[in-house]
Design a protein around this ligand. Structure first.
Ligand SMILES: Nc1ncnc2c1ncn2[C@@H]1O[C@H](COP(=O)(O)OP(=O)(O)OP(=O)(O)O)[C@@H](O)[C@H]1O
Length: 231
């Protein structure tokens, strides 16, 4: 379980409060108006923004002061962060060892991840020799291999066309389910939230609300969300 215990976040004059839990293995969309604080919330969970007060706990352990790289999570953002001078295999291998000292067993795991994400045979290529969708798959394969229990997504596939985006989100959800990964996904698209995430965490008016049923929320959105959805 991820717990945000009486968390208070500040960015300049912006303030956001969160007091909520996300169950292990849950898939939760994070939605709310532009500038409401969705990225701020993710930055606190990933450890790139120190909270003004309160605690962040994973499985009962206080990780509020744990450095970003040591937190039990992976992040997938829009910028896929692939290194152009490294091959696909090496880019994925970074998820196993940042110094790329990869054993034969590591290579076997990379091959399996390539296979699982539909990239079999593309390991020797450089990112520039791949399509946008294939590049997204490489980032997903790297995340898959890290096998951290919490996966944070911030509009990771929004540069892709709608069909490809839906396909990548479905694959992400499938892989998360296989590994029992808890998934928190920032999205501007209520259809993505409805398709993938049984629960939704609404960020609006200075508050990150506890996760609630996605279908019920979208069927009867509060005023702060209604204007944003154009409903
Ligand atoms: N480094 C910063 N310094 C000061 N204010 C900041 C900083 N970063 C973000 N903000 C402010 O914090 C607020 C929340 O921003 P945030 O990016 O978290 O919103 P968001 O919900 O992710 O928005 P969007 O949907 O547009 O991406 C905004 O008012 C923004 O201007």
């Amino acid at each position: 379980m991820l717990t945000l215990d009486n968390l208070r976040l500040e960015q300049g004059s912006f303030r956001l409060a969160a007091d909520l839990s996300v169950a292990t293995g849950a898939r939760v969309a994070v939605i709310g108006p532009s500038g409401a604080g969705k990225s701020t919330l993710l930055a606190a969970i990933t450890g790139f923004l120190a909270p003004a007060s309160g605690r962040i706990l994973w499985a009962g352990q206080d990780i509020t002061r744990t450095e970003p790289g040591a937190r039990p999570l992976s992040i997938l953002f829009q910028d896929q962060n692939l290194f152009p001078h490294l091959s696909v295999t090496q880019n994925i291998g970074l998820g196993l060892d940042p110094r790329l000292r990869l054993s034969p067993a590591d290579h076997a795991r990379i091959e399996a991840a390539l296979e699982r994400t539909g990239l079999a045979g593309l390991g020797p290529r450089k990112p520039a020799e791949l399509s946008g969708g294939q590049q997204s798959r490489v980032a997903l394969a790297r995340t898959l291999l890290r096998a951290r229990p919490l996966l944070l997504l911030d509009e990771p596939f929004s540069a892709l066309g709608p069909a490809l985006k839906a396909e990548m989100l479905a694959l992400t959800a499938e892989l998360a389910a296989e590994q029992g990964t808890t998934l928190l996904m920032v999205t501007h698209d209520p259809e993505d939230a409805a398709a993938l995430c049984p629960q939704t965490l609404l960020v609006a008016e200075g508050l990150a609300h506890p996760p609630q049923d996605t279908a019920a929320l979208l069927a009867n959105p509060p005023p702060s969300l209604r204007a944003y959805l154009g409903a």
